[in-house]
Design a protein around this ligand. Sequence first.
Ligand code: SF4
Length: 301
Amino acid sequence: MNTVVDHKRAEKIAFENNKLEKRLCRQVGQAIADFNMIEDGDKVMVCLSGGKDSYAMLDVLLKLRERAPIEFDIVAVNLDQKQPGFPEHVLPEYLTGLGVPFHIEEQDTYSIVTRVIPEGKTLCSLCSRLRRGILYRVATELGATKIALGHHRDDILGTFFLNMFYGGKLKGMPPKLVSDDGKHIVIRPLAYVKEDDLVRYAEVKQFPIIPCNLCGSQENLKRQEVKRWLNDWEKKYPGRIETMFNALTRVVPSHLMDAGLFDFKGLQATGEVDADGDIAFDEEPCAPPVGNQIRFFDMEE
Ligand code: SF4
């Protein structure tokens, strides 16, 4: 009796895991297609930190490459920042096992940051600046045409709220952008993927996670706070995160207040009926879900 129950349970788990993998592949494929992230002949430098997100990004990109209608190369890159206790054998062993070309860049940014930043202050902003510069240089040296980062849907939404609440700007984290040195295209293939799915995927795949707190610095407190708000809203109103995230893809400049984006001064009545025009005094209906359904990779959930 127990064997039958165990078998059914194992089947259910395998089914759910398979569904999760397909969902990740579909969402990453969709993001790549929607933003034309990867093109024929690209060499994609996949930045691996040793955290769950970047492992998942590499794993899914390798799967998608097998069935993509285009050819592109992947090179995995890790920056060993010489933090105390960094297990430097983990990534080379993992990547060798996968047979993926990789490069480990050793740069002791840890000593620089701890020397320059006074004790008790957060190290992250200088650390990220240094890391960014090094990764751009490595991308040039490796001849990479795209730099892939493992930020996901919840990072993007969190950044949007951080910028709004503390920076006074409607500004998120773009899925594709030109690097600040102007020389590279940075992409975020996990842009549509929710963090909970990445947590589960890391468990399913048993990625050899390297803890992210080796440097002893804490995640930005404001970011933690925003994360808590978002999770609380989601608990209270399930689906709210998805709705807010979708809002980032449906911006209506004529209904905001940035005169640089919309010519309010020059606005004139046209005398013509506009089916998409404003319904100033009516209540807005809820918008339908987004997604242009272009399939870059042939993946069904
Ligand atoms: S948590 Fe540590 S390694 Fe990560 S950005 Fe901050 S200082 Fe750098």
